[in-house]
Design a protein around this ligand. Structure first.
Ligand code: BJW
Length: 251
């Protein structure tokens, strides 16, 4: 996999850099993705597990699925791809990470400037009060878990048909529209509204790079598509950025 020089030149550390990630970044940590051959949606129906009506109909089933995923994610470790993105936060003074992932692995890798735009599965939200608390126990002692007020707790994640947190979304839009470089990693780019971020960034004048195992709907519109494993491409990219920009004049 060849990383073009035009791309390294676009990675100017003085510029606003945004990284947008999806499930593919955590695949090498053993966390299942949603789509593709081994994806969760091949084995489970999203309508039965990741919608508000599924939770209303059968909260126990939905929680059993999340408890199972929490078990997998609880044992997973950040991989070289997560670590490279964490190091980018140290290199680029104007940096932000927007992740669709709910696994918390980016924070564990060291990123602090993170918008978890689809929530976090270690947080539980009371359906009556809206209060959020962290609970990292695996397995949960009670399924479905209940709030002290007696109402159900739900995973603090964004399901299909639900609005994203307005504050997170507004901040993400501002970052996308103002960034100079957008690095899109490991997302199939089909779930809205996040799937539109790369086009928005491109239209606002950003240099857009995609890192993915396979081509996606955004591949034709990005400036550079790097096909391969994020855990291999991102450390190589970081090394090249350091080599190129570490010389001081970028020459
Ligand atoms: C690697 C790799 C390696 C593998 N290295 N790469 C406009 C038009 C049409 C529909 C809509 C629309 N606006 C809204 C909708 C409805 C819906 C939607 O987009 N549906 C589409 C599927 C058609 N969107 C919503 O409902 C959103 N809400 C919303 O917009 O509210 C307003 C509204 C509502 C209704 C109508 C209109 C407006 C909410 C979306 C919430 C998504 N929730 C989930 C579950 C989160 C909780 C949980 O985890 O349980 O979020 S679904 C799931 O998909 C999860 C992910 O964050 C999200 C995206 O998936 P992602 O990350 O891209 O993963 P994959 O598996 O798809 O892709 C992995 C990629 O990695 C692949 O490309 C691989 O090749 C690659 N890969 N290994 C590099 N090693």
């Amino acid at each position: 996999m060849e990383i073009p020089d035009s791309m390294i030149a676009a990675c100017d550390p003085s510029k606003q850099v945004v990284v947008l990630t999806g499930a593919g970044i955590s695949a090498e940590s053993g966390v299942p993705t949603f789509r593709g051959e081994d994806g969760l949606w091949k084995r489970y129906r999203a309508e039965d597990l990741a919608t508000p009506s599924a939770f209303q109909t059968n909260p126990k089933l939905v929680w059993e699925w999340y408890d199972w995923r929490r078990g997998i994610i609880g044992k997973a470790e950040p991989n070289p791809g997560h670590r490279a993105i964490a190091e980018m936060e140290g290199i680029f003074p104007h940096f932000c990470l927007i992740t669709q992932n709910v696994d918390g692995l980016h924070r564990r890798a060291g990123n602090t400037e993170v918008i978890e735009i689809h929530g976090n599965l270690w947080d539980l939200r009371c359906v009556a009060e809206g209060t959020v608390r962290e609970d990292t126990r695996v397995p949960l002692p009670e399924i479905p878990p209940l709030c002290e007020c007696g109402a159900l707790l739900r995973p603090h994640v964004v399901w299909f048909g639900e609005s994203l947190d307005q504050e997170d979304l507004s901040r993400a839009y501002r970052l996308i529209e103002g960034c100079n470089l957008l690095l899109v990693v490991g997302t199939s780019a089909v779930v809205q509204p996040v799937a539109s971020f790369p086009l928005m960034a491109k239209q606002a004048g950003a240099f857009v790079v995609e890192v993915n195992m396979d081509p996606t709907p955004i591949s034709p519109l990005v400036d550079v598509s790097l096909h391969g494993k994020a855990g291999e491409i991102l450390p190589a990219l970081l090394e090249k950025i350091r080599e190129y920009w570490g010389r001081g004049d970028g020459a």
